[in-house]
Design a protein around this ligand. Structure first.
Ligand code: SF4
Length: 755
């Protein structure tokens, strides 16, 4: 047993009394989100009705989870925090660093050899600080958390943006940067702006080709990539209760794609069934006594418009399968409209690869339903036209699927079964066929489809959908195929039609696994030595960032004025760069190389005003830094959308960028910037973005009087001698201003420990 039942007993003790007290103090019926958030107020935090979307509140989460790519920086910071043991149960999951190429066996041997230094570091630090360690091939962080640690009414944070996956088991689970994880692991309060709450009422029932994934794909089309920023999405209604626990997790997982802080479903019989079959009957016995605590109050359900900030209704009975993309997860096409879109937009109709897996869609139910389509195709005399690649979500799912003959269906169809890891979802995919960067389509059961994310090619058009639709389109080899209406021609030249998918939500014979891949920390880690070689390319001790010099920012050059989407993939690419996630200097060589320069529409090509040449973004930043000069980054909407990787905030800080000024920020990234002591500012008037010229010198004044809710002033000194000046806004509260002044939140934490 890897979960700690005593911890859960402790958390559940007095839960009903807490909820009663909260209801009394708040003076109104409670949503599920409010029950769990208020039950996790940090000690000393006042119990009162906090203003949603405005008030910053300190919380005390129950757990922390970290994946290997972000854990390196989080643990390097933990080592600098002055603590010797984590204050809450925490885990590290080795899932991001395994490249998919041939098959699980061969790829793992290479990954373990290539990443040996990093895996050893993660294992040593885990042992030293009392952190649970999940070995390479144990599974993808969120699937492993769902199978082992998520519990109703709990609260966790994770250094990965899809941490909300655990909301499928009624847990408030929030993606954060490593510095936030360090706060919680160090026993400090963890701060969050009290989120708004979007209620999504699900009515009706899924059937046929439609799956839980389609709920969130449709919602992404409604809300767009930033429609739920600073909000928690709470699902309710009879349709919500009808979904499997893993289906609910899929929906919560992809709430990250609409910018949601997290997403959550109420506790139901389906939750209990999943907890029980994954070895947590004791949690079920306890949670069943607290059902009212893990559901919204009935008065909320009677008048949802009164208690949620926004209510959206989706009828599952009328839902169609969706295929979203390319290049953004909110471009939502019901499958009946996809063929037209393919023609209209000239998307490559030839579907080259279908990918199944990722933390989003790799449950037993997903595997079985997808396999049923393959099996049916086989019976009909159809072959799979596209290449099929499977990354199971965990060793437990893989082992059980193999036992039950599910993997066999895929293997017989020629699918490559890769390691239980992220693989192509995070660019860890050696795809030799796109070396020429030819235009092609791929369809995945993943959650994100930003340009270059999967195979590094800008000409790969990636679409996301359910695993069963991935398989259907892979069989047809055509993006424009609609399995609900279209026929295929079999090996006898006959017209045939695929049957609707079918499958069990949970394995009839229960889950089974030989070695789940968990390594518990040793009881006393005080003598464990953590070794970082001084000449290592992969790991580097962190030096603290310098405190603020007490002065305004005066006459700094523009580094880049980015145009269009600028996700964390654009700011700090994954793929081949993942290997430098523990080495700030080395990874800074990818800073903003994917961002498009507004002045020449090129990536990684910015004007060096000293020479008149266009050079690479990191090269310009390094050149200026070496001369003791800072620089300014300008960008558009939802800057930093996507991953929680704090490297996207640390790299500019390391390369002496003084401020990031944008039209709007994605939540996690804005917090990451603040935590690293960076200035994160927004245009008060978004049209001021247009005033910025390529050879401007930029001043930001008002810092000597930096205070909450008070604008700063940005002045553009144009090359022709003219000046533009306008207000820029910020969302720093007093403690975040203290982080800025100290140089970083970590510096401030150390100051507090030393006081
Ligand atoms: Fe891994 Fe992809 Fe899930 Fe991120 S979204 S945890 S890269 S599988």
């Amino acid at each position: 047993m890897v979960f700690d039942i005593d911890l859960i007993k402790h958390i559940y003790q007095h839960y009903p009394q807490k909820i009663d007290l909260i209801r009394q103090k708040i003076g109104k019926p409670l949503t599920l989100t409010e029950k769990i958030l208020y039950a996790h107020l940090a000690p000393g935090e006042e119990l009162k009705n906090y203003k949603r979307g405005e008030d910053y509140v300190n919380f005390a989460p129950d757990r922390v989870a970290m994946q290997d790519a972000t854990a390196q920086m989080a643990l390097l910071q933990l080592m600098n925090s002055g603590r010797d043991r984590v204050a809450v149960p925490s885990t590290v999951h080795c899932d991001h660093l395994i490249q998919a190429y041939k098959n699980a066996h061969d790829d793992l041997i290479i990954a373990e050899s290539n990443n040996q230094e990093v895996y050893q570091f993660l294992r040593d630090v885990s042992n030293k600080y009392g952190i649970g360690f999940w070995k390479p091939d144990a599974g993808i962080i969120h699937q492993v958390v769902l199978e082992n640690y998520a519990f109703p009414g709990g609260m966790m944070i994770g250094t990965d943006s899809h941490t909300p996956n655990a909301g499928g088991l009624s847990m408030i689970a929030i993606g954060v940067g490593g510095a936030d994880a360090v706060d919680v692991m160090a026993g400090m309060p963890w701060e969050l702006k009290m989120p708004k709450i979007i209620g999504v009422k699900l009515i009706g029932k899924l059937s046929g080709w439609v799956s839980p994934k389609d709920v969130i794909l449709k919602l992404a089309g409604i809300l767009t990539v930033k429609g739920a920023t600073n909000s928690i999405i709470e699902y309710f209604g009879e349709g919500a209760r009808s979904l499997s626990a893993t289906g609910k997790a899929t929906i919560c997982n992809m709430g990250a794609e609409v910018g949601a802080t997290t997403s959550i479903f109420a506790y139901s019989k389906k939750s209990a069934d999943y907890l029980a079959i994954t070895g947590r009957q004791e949690v079920v016995d306890l949670a069943n006594k607290l059902i009212d605590c893990f559901n919204p109050d009935s008065a909320v359900l009677d008048q949802p418009e009164k208690y949620y900030d926004q209510v959206i209704e989706i009828n599952l009975s009328e839902l169609e399968p969706y295929v979203n993309g390319p290049f953004t997860p909110d471009l939502a096409y019901p499958i009946s409209q996809l063929a037209t879109a393919v023609k209209e937009h000239n998307y490559p109709d030839n579907m080259e690869v279908g990918l199944i897996g990722s933390c989003t869609n790799s449950s037993y139910e997903d595997m079985m339903r997808a396999a049923s389509v393959i099996n049916n195709a086989n019976q009909l005399g159809l072959t799979v036209k596209a290449k099929l690649i499977i990354n199971p979500g965990s060793e437990q799912v893989k082992y059980t699927s193999k036992r039950d003959g599910i993997l066999n269906h895929f293997e017989q169809a020629g699918a490559a079964i890769m390691a239980n890891a992220c693989g192509p979802c995070i660019g860890q995919w050696r795809r030799d066929e796109v070396a020429d960067e030819h235009k092609n389509s791929i369809v995945t059961s993943f959650n994100r489809n930003f340009a270059k994310r999967n195979d590094g090619s800008p000409n790969t058009y990636a679409f996301v959908c359910s695993p069963e639709i991935v398989v259907a389109l892979s069989i047809a080899g055509k993006l424009s195929f609609n399995p609900l209406t279209d026929n295929l021609i079999n090996d006898k030249g006959q017209k045939v039609k695929l049957q609707e998918p079918s499958g069990d939500e949970l394995p009839k014979r229960g889950f089974e696994v030989d070695d789940a891949g968990y390594v518990a920390p040793i009881a006393d880690g005080s003598l464990v030595e953590v070794h970082i070689a001084t000449n290592s390319e992969r790991l580097q001790q962190l030096a603290p960032f310098s405190p603020w010099d007490g002065k305004d920012i005066i006459s700094q050059p523009l580094l880049i004025k980015a145009t269009g989407k600028c996700t964390t993939d654009h700011i700090s690419m994954a793929g081949k760069w993942l290997k430098f996630r523990g080495h700030l200097d080395n990874i800074s060589n990818n800073m903003l190389i994917g961002a498009i320069n507004a002045f020449n529409q090129k990536s990684n090509s910015v004007l060096d005003t000293q020479t008149g040449d266009y050079i690479e973004v990191p090269a310009l930043a390094r050149k200026l830094k070496a001369q003791g000069i800072g620089s300014i980054v300008i960008a558009e909407e939802n800057y930093g959308e996507g991953s929680s990787r704090e490297h996207a905030a640390m790299e500019p800080r390391f390369l002496n960028v003084k401020a990031i000024v944008v039209k709007s920020f994605a939540r996690i990234h804005e917090t990451n910037l603040k935590k690293q002591g960076m200035l994160a500012l927004t245009f008060v008037d978004k049209s001021d973005y247009d005033k910025i010229r390529e050879d401007d010198r930029i001043s930001i004044t008002g810092l000597t009087d930096f205070m909450p809710e008070k604008h700063l002033t940005l002045t553009l000194h144009h090359h022709d001698g003219t000046i533009d000046s306008f207000a820029v806004a910020h969302t720093y509260n007093q403690s975040q201003i203290d982080w800025f002044k100290a140089g970083s939140a970590l510096n401030k934490m150390k100051e507090q420990f030393n006081e």
